[in-house]
Design a protein around this ligand. Sequence first.
Ligand code: MN
Length: 279
Amino acid sequence: MKIAIFNESIPGIIKEDRIFDISNLIPWNSKEPQISLVKLMENYEDLKLEVDDYILKANSYPLEDVVLRPPVPKPGKIIAAPVNYYLHQDEMNEQFDNAEYTIEKLGFFLKAPSSIIGPNETVKLPYKDRRTDHEAELAFVIGRKAKDVPASEAWKYIFGYFALMDITVRGKEDRPWRKSFDTFTPIGPWIVTADEIENPNELGFKLWVNEEERHSANTRDLIYNCYQFLEAASAVMTLEPGDILTTGTPEGVGPITKGDIVRIQIDRIGEFSVSVDYK
Ligand code: MN
């Protein structure tokens, strides 16, 4: 199932090129979309049984006529993998000499949840004179409370997947500072539930700046794959329903600037674009 939040924080299901309003099918408070999303995840098995009949009579709109909001509007935390592809490690060492370690030795970092924006919004660059890069990542949302979960069981705790851009000011400051400016975490275009992703560790994905392809990669090359990353994260902190984990960027990071359109596409999930401006 493709689950989106649109317009005035209305919940929707996407079928082909239409979005179906499911706000009368599930308990949902548009003023508290994150809490409502967590409830939806708890009740997902019921939703699955009822949704096909419901959408026969539900209000629906062409996708192009609605504004998609961030599919996970306000997670308790965003847990992000640092260097998690070897070729990205190589490029960071060539350019910045600061990517000595992977998750094994460096652990992971937190991005501020307030940095989230939705598809089609605008990334606001805080500096005109500092390099700020795109990073393209597969991210997922936690569906069940998780602590000390082995990789072999991790799939049970993942509700669904989506695309995430980890916008980053390059420099010597700690990662949470460089990656947590407002607008620095575009996510979307919707959540694809885990039951539709046969293997999240085998997904091709790309990112373009304007028409130029910058990333072209596959999650099979992750150093810590989705399940191993969940194991590592849940060994440290309790993962709550609605938390986001993002798996790290492959090689190809590069600067973005005012006027750019940045587009991300992940197989089986979808794509979205954001524009770029100065703050
Ligand atoms: Mn990243």
